[in-house]
Design a protein around this ligand. Structure first.
Ligand code: PEP
Length: 262
């Protein structure tokens, strides 16, 4: 079974002082510096807003908790006011970049051709990409979930994206920030579809190594059920990652669910 990756997407939240408190709480839980046992059976990632990347890298020095960015431009530099390049986020100490989050698609008009370039810029810099896909409620209710996910995967992923630098996050748009998570069965069903599309791009064995995260209202109370699904390789967490105790509870639930499933 894959080691789960639990990633926290802070979105546009936290001042520097708040971020320091949050990261200390997460470190204490994951590294065991808070008095409890360290959590070694999960990989943990935090994705703060850009202004916090350097100070959070410093706050995480020597920790098992990894640092990621929520977005990046596809060009390495240039006249793109307000944007940030992949080499810049790499310089802060980031190992991962989220690309294609539904909020980027919805509010910033990001579509397949642009996201394909961003994904390639991330892997070219030898960082790991978390590529997000997911259907809206209308699309689900209209029976279009499979076709939407297939399109979002097909227009961005291809064999030139190294599998070892790729994670896919299934994030149904109707579940993000709504408190209404996909059921474990719904998540497993779409994760299986994603795995079969990845098998068509790579091959079955390689596709089996790519972790597929579930995201959408993951909370301490539902994480164990979601993470016990065999196709679910971790979680991308929004709201519940903003409190260290909740995020740590999700990480522990994921570890517990995986050890029971073994
Ligand atoms: C997200 O933004 O990636 C997300 C999953 O948010 P939430 O957990 O708040 O639904």
């Amino acid at each position: 079974m894959q080691t789960p990756l639990i990633a926290g997407n802070w979105k546009m939240h936290k001042t520097l002082a708040q971020a320091r408190d949050l990261v200390k709480g997460i470190r204490d839980a994951v590294d065991g510096t808070g008095g409890g046992a360290p959590i070694t059976a999960a990989e943990v990632l935090v994705c703060p807003p850009f202004h916090l990347l350097f100070p959070m890298a410093k706050a995480l020095a020597g920790s098992r908790v990894m640092l990621g960015a929520q977005n990046a431009h596809f060009e390495p530099q240039g006249a793109f006011t307000g944007e940030i390049a992949v080499p810049m986020v790499k310089e802060t100490g980031c190992t991962h970049v989220i690309i294609g989050h539904s909020e980027r698609r919805q509010h910033f008009g990001e579509t397949g051709p642009l996201l394909a370039k961003k994904v390639r810029a991330v892997v070219a810099a030898e960082l790991t990409v978390i590529y997000c896909v997911g259907e809206t409620l209308d699309e689900r209710e209209g029976g279009k979930t499979y076709s939407v996910i297939e399109r979002q995967l097909g227009e961005v992923l291809a064999k030139d994206v190294p599998a070892e630098r790729l994670l896919v996050a299934y994030e149904p748009v109707w579940a993000i920030g709504t408190g209404r998570n996909a059921t474990p069965g719904q998540a497993q069903e779409v994760h299986s579809l994603i795995r079969s599309r990845l098998s068509a791009i790579y091959d079955g064995r390689t596709a089996g190594t790519i972790r597929i995260l579930y995201g959408g209202s993951v909370k301490p109370g539902n994480a164990a059920d979601l993470m016990s699904q065999p196709g679910v390789g971790g979680a991308l967490v929004g709201g519940a990652c903003l409190e260290a105790a909740d995020f740590a509870a999700i990480i522990r639930a994921a570890v517990g669910a995986r050890s029971q499933a073994r």
